[in-house]
Ligand binder design. Structure first.
Ligand code: XIL
Length: 310
């Protein structure tokens, strides 16, 4: 592997999604994470469906373990995620409007306060928009109206004023109707004094669909709103089985993702959604695609890793 770990090659935070179970059970996984990255994002451990699957019964075990690991190894934590329609407990979705509002406020306050001072940045709102730029029709929107977005940022800010609060979404890497909508919303919220401090572009890419158009320009226009920008969940999936040509294309995509972030001063973080093909959400969710990470199943660096860290 390269002589200089990835985290030391840039001033940006370089992160990965991590799972508490692998961190506990797999010393080689833990060693590569510790060596290469200086930010961790809990892959599932901070989601509502994990921390409070049953009303009033909290399970912070996974989240606590990841935060403890981060503190012990001087890594920052990206909290993920407070308000999301997915991995949302059924009991939450079933609440009447007034109660949902109270419970949502409690959820945000409880979780953000628990990790106050230990989470650098929060993905407060995740995946708010449809591809055409309209608002996704979630229970939050149906019951609370579009104004819930401003409210949840204010609640999170009250719980930890020092954390940078992000809106996060996928397919907003390039300039398109969805990223236009994110851009416009952030502009409006900033004008209203809502404490939003960043935009996260997930960057779940596939070599089958082409590299997003005007990626760099898009990061720059978001940063121009006065917020930080972060690549929060980068992976580049390839039709299986991988071969040399596909891995080379993947390397090119990762390189362009990386370089775009390096070229925008306020792009402060580059985080991948897992670092090893041994543990990636891709094969489960995208049949026929896989091998989306920087390291292979044996934790050997792939061409994509070598391209961004020659
Ligand atoms: C994924 C996890 O990786 C999976 O383990 C889980 O089963 C589903 O969620 N966008 C997000 C992440 O914001 O939270 C998702 O994580 C991947 C897509």
């Amino acid at each position: 592997s390269a002589s200089v770990p990835l985290q030391y090659t840039t001033h940006r935070y370089v992160g990965s999604a991590v799972a508490a179970a692998y961190l506990a059970d797999e010393p080689d996984y833990r060693a590569v994470l510790t060596r290469e990255f200086d930010n961790v994002t809990p892959e599932n451990e901070m989601k509502w469906g994990t921390v409070e699957a049953v009303r009033g019964q909290y399970d912070w075990s996974g989240a606590d373990a990841i935060v403890r690991y981060a503190q012990a190894h001087h890594k920052t934590v990206r909290g993920h995620t407070l308000v999301w329609h997915s991995q949302l407990p059924d009991w939450v979705a079933a609440l009447p409007a007034a109660e949902l509002r109270r419970v949502l406020r409690d959820h945000i306050t409880t979780e953000v306060k628990r990790y106050k001072g230990k989470v650098r940045a929060w993905d407060v709102v995740n995946e708010l928009f449809n591809e055409d730029g309209t608002r996704r029709d979630t229970v939050f929107r149906q019951k609370l109206g579009d104004g819930f977005v401003a409210d949840v940022f204010r609640w999170a800010h009250a719980a930890d004023p020092a954390a940078t609060l992000y809106i996060n979404d996928y397919n907003i890497e390039g300039v398109n109707p969805k990223s236009d909508a994110v851009h416009d919303l952030v502009k409006t919220l900033r004008r209203q004094g809502v404490p939003i401090g960043g935009v996260g572009v997930q960057a779940h890419l596939s070599i089958q669909y082409g590299f997003p158009g005007q990626y760099r320009e898009n990061l720059a226009r978001l940063a121009k709103l006065g917020v930080d920008v972060a690549v929060t969940e980068a992976d580049v999936r390839i039709p299986t089985p991988p071969d040399a040509a596909k891995l080379d294309t993947q390397a090119d995509y990762f390189d362009r993702l990386w370089d775009g972030c390096q070229s925008v001063r306020r792009c402060v973080e580059f985080t991948t959604w897992g670092f090893t093909d041994r543990h990636s959400w891709v094969p489960d969710v995208f049949p026929g695609e896989g091998a989306a990470c920087l390291f292979d199943e044996n934790l050997r660096p792939k061409p994509a890793y070598t391209r961004i860290n020659p």
